[in-house]
Design a protein around this ligand. Structure first.
Ligand SMILES: CC(C)(COP(=O)(O)OP(=O)(O)OC[C@H]1O[C@@H](n2cnc3c(N)ncnc32)[C@H](O)[C@@H]1OP(=O)(O)O)[C@@H](O)C(=O)NCCC(=O)NCCS
Length: 187
């Protein structure tokens, strides 16, 4: 028994199952705003107290939640989308809780849900203003830079998604299983 637990006790628990979906219930909406405050106010200091703005009145909120026993348990990812002009949709406030980053493509799946949902709602273009350190991340997900802008005093790129890579859908949610850590095979 002791041998089985060796090296395991200090390892943080990391869920294997996530769901990415349109936020509808009060706990999902509360978790969505709490995560945005955590990331954009406390971690990045882009805003002081709260990051809400007028776009929240019209935006569709999307969350990623980690699951316990198959049930969504805690909000660990967020993004919002809105139609800025007819046919022109924008995504913003993309955030993944720091304990869940670079784990199971949660950020990438939030982007997929955001763009494919907007595409399904009639988007002909999908744009976002992306912090400079994330430009490569978006390029790998089939976005191109349209130029550099300064936003909240920080360098950003205006970026556009290649909609042909994001088929339109009207799904409410997608499930995501975190890939298990690779085990190195010794020959
Ligand atoms: C940017 C952010 C949303 C990425 O979320 P994430 O869940 O860690 O991303 P994923 O796990 O889906 O990453 C997918 C791939 O991109 C890579 N990647 C992640 N962030 C990256 C970055 N900034 N630059 C380059 N590659 C990156 C991952 O390593 C992964 O690579 P792999 O497929 O080879 O394993 C997250 O780091 C975050 O919330 N940051 C703080 C808030 C922020 O910067 N928001 C964006 C404002 S524009």
């Amino acid at each position: 028994m002791t041998a089985i637990l060796e090296g395991v006790v200090d390892r943080p628990f990391i869920p294997t199952e996530y769901v990415v979906r349109l936020a509808r219930t009060p706990w999902e909406c509360a978790g969505y705003h709490a995560l945005r405050r955590e990331v954009f106010c406390r971690e990045q200091h882009v805003f002081t107290e709260d990051d809400r703005d007028a776009i929240d009145d019209v935006a569709i909120p999307i969350i990623a939640a980690c699951c316990m026993a198959g049930m969504p348990d805690r909000v660990v990812g967020a993004v919002r989308i809105h139609e800025a002009e007819p046919g022109i949709w924008r995504g913003s406030r993309l955030a993944v809780h720091e304990d869940h980053r670079k784990l199971g493509r949660i950020g990438a799946e939030l982007i997929r849900m955001a763009v494919s949902t907007a595409h399904g709602l009639g988007a002909t273009r999908f744009l976002a203003q992306v912090q400079e350190q994330n430009v490569l991340f978006f390029r790998r997900l089939h976005w191109k830079s349209l130029g550099v802008v300064t936003l909240h005093g920080l360098p950003h790129h205006d970026m556009e998604a290649d909609l042909s890579r994001y088929p339109a859908h009207g799904l409410d949610q997608i499930w995501l299983l975190r890939p298990q850590p690779r085990i190195r095979q010794v020959a």
